[in-house]
Write a protein that binds this ligand. Structure first.
Ligand code: ASP
Ligand code: MG
Length: 487
């Protein structure tokens, strides 16, 4: 739509208080001098949690929850207004606008408490209030800096299906609406500040994209508006080679591919919402992850090819709070349908399956799910296999919550022999037992299941084995490996 359009998203910590909001506004101002900018904003840090907690307390019949929520929201936002806005009239006007939103959300909580029922639609309306407040604050902060800025509700831009709490965008409709609404603003030199996390159905019912969904809002809009690049401003330096709490020498990666970023988002590195890259990878729009607290740092750039490196491995991630479930017994060898039954049970329990492994002898199927889903899943499995368990066709449904998944991620591991060997060797030398292993055919990720208590040691060992604390050399051409640069 707009040549050079930059889409900038600010996460909850990046707009966490007045000082952060001002910093965000300055980042936008510097960019807006050069190129057209659309901003997408999360709720102030912690606000969405407060909203959801109040909604749930109300549903449980707590009539005071609404009032307490209103007071907290008013305080937090008013404090920011006092610091950010000088002019008394403007301040009063903004306070009144925010007050209206707070009143709306507290009446919804009161209604919920009276009915003792929280409908998905009410939860969407309540949980999305934080973004409606923060977008207005940031737009006002931009106007304080002398920019033209307008808060825009994403319900006017992002068209979704009607799945409350986890809506999916309809891109053609979104493109049409977003362009129609934002092009005139951009043409007059304004910065639209759009509420993240929120969308609406074709007929205008508010929906939300799922927790952490503002990242997704940013790429949906970036793709719909043909942005040149998308910058996700957050509170970390970018995507790291490992969690620095596990590996102190972890390093920020300069460039990674969409696939690598998706693997990392999925397996523990919570920098991005897992769906974030879907809208942009086809169009090849680069996405930056940058630290709004240290804007002079360049961060991590996510692109199609992601700056391949010779070593193949880019990062090591780990995931805890997961449970390994094993369905096994001699009776399942060569019997078709056991896997189908197993995963139907997991699906019935609405468990998100993170990893699957089965040995070729087939007498054991194991898979990993979030620990929160474990009890439900086991109950479903025991019911599904009740007959087989009684007749010893299936001998056990075992549960192990003391595990962690460690994933070795890198797109260029594909077709590169020796990586699995090095992983096994590095761990074998330390006497570390691998409980299960899985590699998808994309070969972008080798996942190991290990005892939870060993997770730190495993991540450190693999980080060191692949030398990730040092910058890698790059090969431009896979064939001759000639042109070298550093990553
Ligand atoms: N405010 C929403 C949440 O906390 C969306 C986001 O921050 O991305 O889940
Ligand atoms: Mg987030």
């Amino acid at each position: 739509m707009n040549a050079n359009l930059q889409l900038m998203k600010f996460g909850g910590t990046s707009v966490g208080n007045a000082e952060c909001i001002r910093r965000a506004a300055e980042i936008i101002m510097r960019a807006a001098r050069e190129v057209p900018v659309v901003a997408v904003v999360s709720a102030m840090g912690g606000v969405t949690n407060q909203l959801i907690e109040a909604a749930q307390a109300s549903a449980a019949g707590d009539l005071d929850a609404a009032g307490k929520l209103a007071e907290k929201l008013r305080q937090q936002h008013q404090e920011a207004i006092e610091i950010l806005i000088d002019d008394g009239d403007k301040r009063a006007q903004l306070s009144a606008e925010l007050k209206e939103i707070i009143e709306e959300v507290t009446s919804l909580c009161r209604g919920t408490a009276l009915l003792r029922e929280l409908t998905p639609r009410a939860l969407d309306a309540i949980s999305s209030a934080g973004e409606r407040l923060s977008a207005r604050l940031l737009a006002s902060a931009l106007r304080e800096l002398g920019l033209k800025a307008v808060a825009v509700e994403a319900t006017e831009l992002i068209v979704t299906d009607n799945r409350s709490g986890r809506a999916e965008p309809m891109m053609a409709e979104t493109r049409e609406r977003a362009t129609a609404r934002l092009a005139p603003l951009l043409a007059e030199g304004s910065v639209p500040v759009v509420t993240g996390f929120i969308g609406a159905t074709v007929d205008g019912k508010l929906t939300t994209l799922g927790r952490g969904g503002s990242d997704y809002s940013a790429t949906i809009l970036g793709a719909a508006l043909d942005a040149t690049e998308i910058i996700i401003w957050t509170d970390v330096d970018g995507v790291l080679t490992a969690d620095p709490r596990l590996v102190p020498e972890a390093r920020t990666l300069q460039e990674i591919s969409y696939n690598e970023a998706a693997e990392l988002a999925y397996f523990g590195a919570k920098v991005l919402h897992p769906k974030t890259l879907r809208p942009v990878s086809e169009a090849g729009i680069p996405v930056w992850i940058r630290n709004s607290f240290l804007p002079e740092q360049t961060g991590t750039k996510i692109t199609e090819t992601g700056h391949p490196t010779r070593r193949g491995v880019k990062a090591i991630t780990a995931m805890t709070n997961v449970t390994l479930i094993t369905v096994g017994g001699r009776g399942i060898v060569g019997v078709p349908g056991v896997a189908a039954k197993t995963f139907t049970a997991a699906a019935n329990a609405e468990a998100n399956v993170l990893l699957i492994s089965q040995s070729s002898s087939g007498n054991d199927i194991c898979f990993i799910i979030d620990s929160g889903d474990a009890a439900r899943t086991v109950a479903e499995l025991r019911a599904a296999f009740a007959f087989d368990l009684a007749h010893k066709e299936v001998e056990h449904v075992n549960v192990n919550a003391d595990i962690a998944i460690v994933a070795v991620v890198g797109e260029r591991m594909r077709g590169m022999p020796g990586i699995a060997g090095r992983i096994f060797n590095a761990l074998g030398r330390r006497g570390i037992n691998i409980i299960a292993i899985a590699q998808g055919s994309s070969e972008c990720n080798v996942s190991l299941v290990v005892e939870a208590a060993l997770m730190r040691e495993v991540v450190q060992a693999l980080h060191g084995e692949f030398g990730l604390e040092r910058r890698a050399s790059r090969f431009e051409s896979v064939e001759d490996g000639s042109a070298l640069a550093s990553v």
